[in-house]
Design a protein around this ligand. Structure first.
Ligand SMILES: [Zn+2]
Length: 265
């Protein structure tokens, strides 16, 4: 019997370990709370719509509403709009804490753009009824609110499990840990606390992960372009990397995660 000698080769060519992003229990609980607020606000928007429709139902199509009633209707529609947009605000916040996966295309779309669908639900019936009842001004305002509310409810840079995972892997590759710095209103996250772009900010968030940055600051787009390029260059310089080498490391880190994610399907 021979003892086999096992030599572990720590290949520097090996891709970084890609573990898919999973929100913390705390983040998930917070997301659940925000989703509940969103749903309550959306239900209230729907109730406001029913209020407006109740007034319109009673209207004779051939007799104009009084100015007072018409103004009252518009106020109710405005309340409908406020509830819709407030609900969408919380909904989008929740998605940043607990994002959907791009692998499930339909769920990804629905989860991120649910506010747009809700905009139609809380406005389209009243728009139709207003036109049936020949209340054109109210109908036009409701239609305008539906479109405006829908645009405000859409998520133009929806967060995804995949983006969080990719960026976390890249930052770990650069810095050894997923730990970034960001400010309350800046649109970037940083690798160094003393980055030149952080000097003038009065409030700095430290010690969080990329996921924390996205959850805390809605101005940071969940995209790799949100990584401060000055910090990125500084890290490469510290490591003695050329621009080309940095690009290689970046491409490798980002695509390795992409492969790992696709491989888990
Ligand atoms: Zn920076």
């Amino acid at each position: 019997m021979t003892t086999k000698k096992i030599t572990r080769v720590d290949g520097s060519e090996r891709a970084p370990q890609a573990s898919t992003f999973v929100p913390t229990a705390e983040a998930k609980a917070q997301a659940g709370k925000y989703r509940m607020y969103a749903i309550i606000l959306w239900v209230l928007a729907f109730v406001a719509q029913i209020g407006a429709m109740a007034i319109l139902f009673k209207k004779d199509p051939e007799i104009d509403l009084t100015t007072g009633t018409r103004a009252w209707l518009i106020v109710i529609l405005l309340i409908d709009l406020i509830f819709l947009v407030a609900g969408s605000f919380f909904w989008k916040k929740a998605n940043r804490l607990d994002p959907a996966s791009k692998k499930e295309t339909v769920k990804f779309f629905l989860q991120n753009q649910l506010g747009v669908i809700v905009a139609a639900i809380v406005f389209l019936p009243v728009v139709i009824l207003a036109f049936i009842k020949k209340e054109y001004l109210v109908g036009a305002i409701a239609a305008l609110f539906m479109v405006g509310g829908g645009l405000l409810s859409a998520d133009y840079s929806p967060p995804s499990v995949e983006e969080y995972t990719r960026q976390s892997a890249y930052v770990q590759e650069l810095m050894g840990a997923d730990q970034v710095f960001w400010t309350k209103s800046g649109g970037k996250y940083h690798l160094y606390e003393d980055c030149q772009y952080l000097k003038r900010s009065s409030e700095l968030f430290v010690g969080g992960t990329i996921a924390d940055a996205y959850a805390n600051n809605s101005k940071i787009k969940p995209d790799i372009s949100s990584l401060c390029s000055a910090c990125e260059k500084r890290c490469a310089k510290d490591k003695g990397w050329s621009d080309d080498h940095l690009k290689q490391v970046k491409d490798k880190a980002l695509s390795a995660v992409q492969d790992a994610i696709q491989g888990t399907e």
